[in-house]
Design a protein around this ligand. Structure first.
Ligand SMILES: *Cc1c(COP(=O)(O)O)cnc(C)c1O
Length: 391
C-alpha cells in the first residue's frame, strides 16, 4: 500500500525498532564497534553516519519527494553545503530579499573564496535570465520570501536555469514539504531550516537539503561529513518525533493564519497585509498560503504600544512554532541591513511578521483586538528607538 505524505511521517517508524517501541531508540554513541577489520560496517563514526540521522534523512527525502536527504546542524549549515559545492570563480544568482543569514554567508564568507553573487528580483524571471554569466552555476531561490512574501515562479525559473545548465536550489522553509514541492516544480535541491515548522516546537536548531540528483547528493554528503556540520543524533531523534505532528500542526496553523489575515484586512489600524495566500502566482505552485503573514501599521509610532498590549504571541525571532510568534523585522531579522536599504524595501518600524501557531484563533483575534484598541485609541504613543540585534 502506498502511504500519503501525512501518513508516512506518522506511521512508518515503529517497524523494526527494538521491542517494536513506538519511537526509535536514541543511539547516543559517537563510535561503533567493528568486528571485522576492514569489514565496511554500516556505521563506524557518528559524524559520518548514525541510525538516528539516517532515519530522519529517509523521512525528509520522502516528504520532499526526493531520493536523498541530508540533515545539518542548522538551516544555514544546509545552505552552506549547497553553496560550498561550488568552486572558486563560480557565480550564483540570489534573490535581492534572500534570508539575512544566507546574505551574510555569501557576502561576508563565500566571497572570500571568490564565489561571486548577483542579487536580482527573482520574482521577475527575466532578471534571472539577464543575470546569467558564463561562470554562473546556481540559481538560488526563496519563495515566498519574507518579510514581504514576494513570490518567484519556480517552474519558470527552473526552465530558464536548465536551458543554461544551471542548478536550481529553493529554500522551502516557509511552505514546508506539505505546502509546496519544489522538486516536482523543477528545482534540483530543496533546503529547509528545520528549526521552523519541521521541528515546530522552538526547541532545536536544524536544517536539511534534499535532492534527486546523485552527483549533488554525493557533494552534499561530502560537505556534511567533511565540514562536520551534520545534525546530532539527539537532535535527529527529537526531529523524527516532532515530524509526526507536522501535518496536524501545519494544517491547523494555516487555517488559523487565514482567519488572522481576514481579521487584519478588516482593521483600520493596518495599512497593508502581506500573505502568500493572496497571491495567484503563489497559489499556482503551492497548496495554500502557509501560516506566516505580515502586516504594516498605519502609524508606526504605535509599534511598541501594540507589543506592550499583546498577551499571547511570543515576541521573538523565528517562526513555525506551536506558539504564535510575532517578529519585528526592522529590529530583528533585518537589523543588520543598512537603514537606507531597509527603507527602500519598506522594512520599516511599523512592519510586523506573524507566524501563527496553534492557539484558538478566536483568542488570538481577541488579543489583537484588545491590543489595537489600547495602542491606537488610548494616548500612549512612543517614539521608535534605534535598535540593533543579532540574527
Ligand atoms: C531561519 C531560516 C533560515 C536559517 O535557518 P537556521 O536553522 O536558523 O540556521 C534559512 N532560511 C529561512 C527562510 C529561514 O527562515
Amino acid at each position: 500500500m502506498s502511504l500519503s505524505k501525512d501518513t508516512e511521517v506518522i506511521f512508518d517508524s515503529h517497524r523494526g525498532h527494538d521491542y517494536r517501541s513506538a519511537n526509535p531508540p536514541l543511539y547516543d554513541s559517537s563510535t561503533f564497534h567493528q568486528k571485522v577489520l576492514g569489514g565496511n560496517p554500516e556505521y563506524d563514526y557518528a559524524r559520518s553516519g548514525n541510525p538516528n540521522r539516517q532515519l530522519l534523512e529517509e523521512k525528509l527525502a520522502k516528504l520532499e519527494g526526493g531520493d536523498y536527504a541530508f540533515a545539518y546542524a542548522s538551516g544555514i549549515a544546509a545552505i552552506s553545503a549547497v553553496l560550498l559545492s561550488l568552486n572558486s570563480g563560480d557565480h550564483v544568482i540570489l534573490p535581492d530579499d534572500v534570508y539575512g543569514g544566507t546574505f551574510r554567508l555569501t557576502e561576508q564568507i563565500l566571497t572570500r573564496f571568490n564565489i561571486q553573487f548577483s542579487t536580482v528580483d527573482t520574482t521577475h524571471t527575466d532578471e534571472i535570465r539577464n543575470a546569467i554569466q558564463s561562470n554562473t552555476k546556481l540559481v538560488y531561490l526563496e519563495t515566498p520570501s519574507n518579510p514581504k512574501f514576494k513570490v518567484t515562479d519556480i517552474r519558470e525559473a527552473s526552465k530558464i536555469a536548465h536551458d543554461h545548465n544551471l542548478i536550481v536550489a529553493v529554500d522551502n522553509t516557509f511552505m514546508t514539504p506539505l505546502g509546496q514541492s519544489p522538486l516536482e516544480l523543477g528545482a534540483d535541491i530543496v533546503v529547509h531550516s528545520a528549526t521552523k515548522f519541521l521541528g515546530g516546537h522552538s526547541d532545536i536548531i536544524a536544517g536539511a537539503a534534499i535532492t534527486n540528483n546523485k552527483e549533488i547528493a554525493d557533494s552534499l554528503y561530502l560537505l556534511q561529513n567533511g565540514t562536520g556540520t551534520a545534525l546530532s543524533a539527539q537532535d535527529s531523534w527529537t526531529l523524527v518525533k516532532h515530524l509526526k505532528t507536522l501535518p496536524v500542526r501545519f494544517n491547523q496553523s494555516v487555517r488559523n493564519a487565514e482567519k488572522l489575515v481576514d481579521f487584519f484586512q478588516s482593521r483600520d489600524e493596518i495599512a497593508e497585509v502581506y500573505y502568500p495566500g493572496l497571491n495567484d502566482k503563489h497559489l499556482a505552485q503551492a497548496k495554500h498560503g502557509g501560516a506566516v503573514l505580515g502586516f504594516r501599521l498605519k502609524d508606526e509610532t504605535k509599534a511598541q504600544a501594540l507589543v506592550d498590549a499583546l498577551t499571547l504571541p511570543l515576541v521573538s525571532v523565528s517562526l513555525g512554532g506551536v506558539e504564535t510568534i510575532l517578529s519585528h523585522p526592522a529590529t530583528m531579522s533585518h537589523a543588520a541591513v543598512p537603514k537606507e536599504v531597509r527603507e527602500a524595501r519598506q522594512i520599516t518600524f511599523g512592519l510586523f511578521r506573524l507566524s501563527v501557531g496553534l492557539e484558538d484563533p478566536n483568542e488570538l483575534i481577541a488579543d489583537f483586538n484588545y491590543a489595537f484598541k489600547e495602542a491606537f485609541h488610548e494616548s500612549n504613543s512612543r517614539q521608535a528607538p534605534e535598535q540593533h540585534s543579532s540574527w
